[in-house]
Design a protein. Structure first.
Length: 176
């Protein structure tokens, strides 16, 4: 049985396929940056999430491009999620152990619920499910693996139809 950290590393290895991400595009975070994210919300930080931040918390090529999941956009997600719930008159209230870790375009977010090395993930999407979150994955690493499995084939198809140039800073310019 793999630990939570080992499961995170396995997903990072999988997304480093040369298309979704290349090894030089994996941006780890310093211990100070991880601590800054930890202190941003009151909930405890799970081992799996800490490993994710340590390995790719600064970005990972195309993986989760456009999501507010990487540093520094991960700061303030808890407050942004509370504001979204309030705007939608949601009856839902966070537990002290809930940690928001990603938001998509200001209308949906995901958070870990509970304690332990690899807590379950709940999802909220504006206007869905009576404007309350629902449990979506049994663990953070299940969510991470499912996200990778959904994105990797999309990027493989995408790169077959788009010409790319790698810039001096490692970023990618796409020509349609």
């Amino acid at each position: 049985m793999l630990t939570a950290a080992q499961r995170v590393r396995a997903v990072v290895d999988a997304i480093t396929d040369g298309t979704t991400a290349r090894p030089e595009q994996l941006q780890s975070l310093s211990a100070e940056a991880v601590l800054e994210i930890e202190r941003d919300q009151q909930a405890p930080m799970a081992d799996a999430y800490r490993e994710f931040l340590s390995l790719i918390g600064g970005g990972a090529g195309r993986f989760m491009r456009g999501e507010d999941v990487y540093y520094s956009r991960a700061l303030g997600l808890g407050e942004a999620a509370r504001e979204l719930l309030e705007e939608n008159d949601s009856p839902f209230r966070f537990d002290p152990t809930d940690r928001v870790f990603t938001m998509h375009q200001g209308y949906q977010f995901e958070f870990m619920r509970g304690t332990g090395p690899d807590p379950e993930v709940w999802s909220y999407s504006e206007g869905m499910n009576g404007d309350v979150p629902v449990r979506s994955h049994a663990s953070f690493t299940d969510w991470l693996r499912a996200t990778a499995e959904a994105e990797m084939p999309v990027w493989k198809r995408h790169t077959a139809t788009v010409r790319e140039e790698i810039n001096a800073d490692g970023s990618i310019t796409e020509y349609w």
